[in-house]
Design a protein around this ligand. Sequence first.
Ligand code: 5AD
Ligand code: SF4
Length: 448
Amino acid sequence: MTKKYHIHTFGCQMNVHDSEKVAGILSEAGYGQADSMNDADVIVLNTCSIRDKAEQKFYSELGRLVTVKKDNPNLKIAVAGCIAQQRGEGLFKRFPYVDIIFGPDNINNFQTWIMNGKQDIGQVTKKAALDFNPEYHLKHLPVKRAGKLKAWVSIMYGCDNFCAYCVVPFTRGRERSRSGKDIFNEISALAGQGFREVTLLGQNVNSYGRNLPENMDFPDLLKMIHDIEGLKRIRFVTSHPRDLSEKLISTMKDLPKLCRHIHLPVQSGSDRILNLMNRGYCLEEYKYKTDMLKSAMPDIAITTDIITGFPGETEEDHQCTISTLADIGYDGIFAFKYSRRPGTKALDLPDHVDEKIKARRLSEILTIQEGITYSKNRLLEGKVFDVLVEGVSETDCDKLTGRTGSNKIVNFYGSQNDIGRSLDVKISEAKLHSLVGEKVGNMSCNYL
Ligand code: 5AD
Ligand code: SF4
């Protein structure tokens, strides 16, 4: 009987893509996907430690697995991702029913264990792989992708920035870029299989190429993959404002497949806090760069991340962040309460902010941003956009759903045959989190 796996992913896109690699390894070893964790032979929890909340969610999920393991003593439980990396073998002590631990830089070790165990995870016991792997960017791991139209592609691993609040440099190690040739080959193969959109992944894509022997930077990489036949859209996350260059802006402007969207985390609107965060830019520089982006591409959507209640943040700093929302005119934001993370510099800063104040500031920011997002969406009413149709709408099964190049969700009536195609859609109504549209004319392009 085919053995089965179940993967539970916590956290960001990077983790979602890492889980696709774990699924790729298990599929290649002959495992099928379990319908639920109760009929799995192996359960992988791919964890996130960016904030304490994500970590607590993992512990409660792991707690639930005690009974699953009691019912099925042959079950193997693997803990992967950033908590595995940070908590290490201590997890075996605290949770004796955990069998396997590997960090985000060690997914290839998981593959080696399965292969050495003659493709049987049952042979693998109490294994941990937690050393950083300077050659991880050279590995070719199989990937089982969740979709057929849009794909994630890692272009670099790790981060060297050491923002004062962030665990990532400690859990994902130093920054390493994959070679342009490897990335090109992966995307060409994807385009050949029918994928139409790729999102290039890295903690700081703007510094892509820094460690490469060849003389190549991020805009050069974009130019190279732009020529891939069949590929329609290119996205990337995440950009660090300090490293966003004029060359990148003009490259985005010149390349039509580059989506008109940039996620540019500002984190705070106060220079004093940005300095304490070790972000390496001031608000004026950030504003200058977003102005350049807007004048090069007037239709560009800008989104951001914000942390409220970073240590030392005063009411005045908070007001600076609030005015930044309107100044930049974000299309959307992800905002979080500052969360203490082990090993980070911010832990030792004075004047940690009370949880209630953090929560109040977060709610003020979210409320103000809602008004801005809605008014930006209203400006789109009556306009026609190229929409890549992804599937049936989750909220209305009579409608289709897709995204504009600027990453706005559009729901509209259409037929099943439209899925996978790129259509001209006129926006009839703006909502807060999505747009309602109507198909106009024929499809602008048939990809299938
Ligand atoms: N507390 C709150 N938010 C955090 N982020 C990273 N570390 C923390 C933390 N300790 C946020 C940042 C980052 C996003 C991915 O998560 O805004 O851009
Ligand atoms: Fe964390 Fe800063 Fe690196 Fe982003 S750039 S992953 S916030 S350390």
